[in-house]
Design a protein around this ligand. Sequence first.
Ligand SMILES: [Zn+2]
Length: 69
Amino acid sequence: MNKHWTIETIQEFVKKNSDSKLLTTEYHGFSQKLQFECACGNHFEKSFTKFKNKNQRKCEVCQPLKEAL
Ligand SMILES: [Zn+2]
């Protein structure tokens, strides 16, 4: 079952589940790239699906992507 995400609930999720900050202020759907600010200060883009389901919750410097997974 899919929860209906809004920019507010996403913001809450990001706050509770990561050290990153959500910069995007409008949410248009799961495939949208959202702007985040990592705890290190870097900005990065990520769809919320990846952020949440694939645990990609930091910038690529702090958390290098493992393309094989
Ligand atoms: Zn970082």
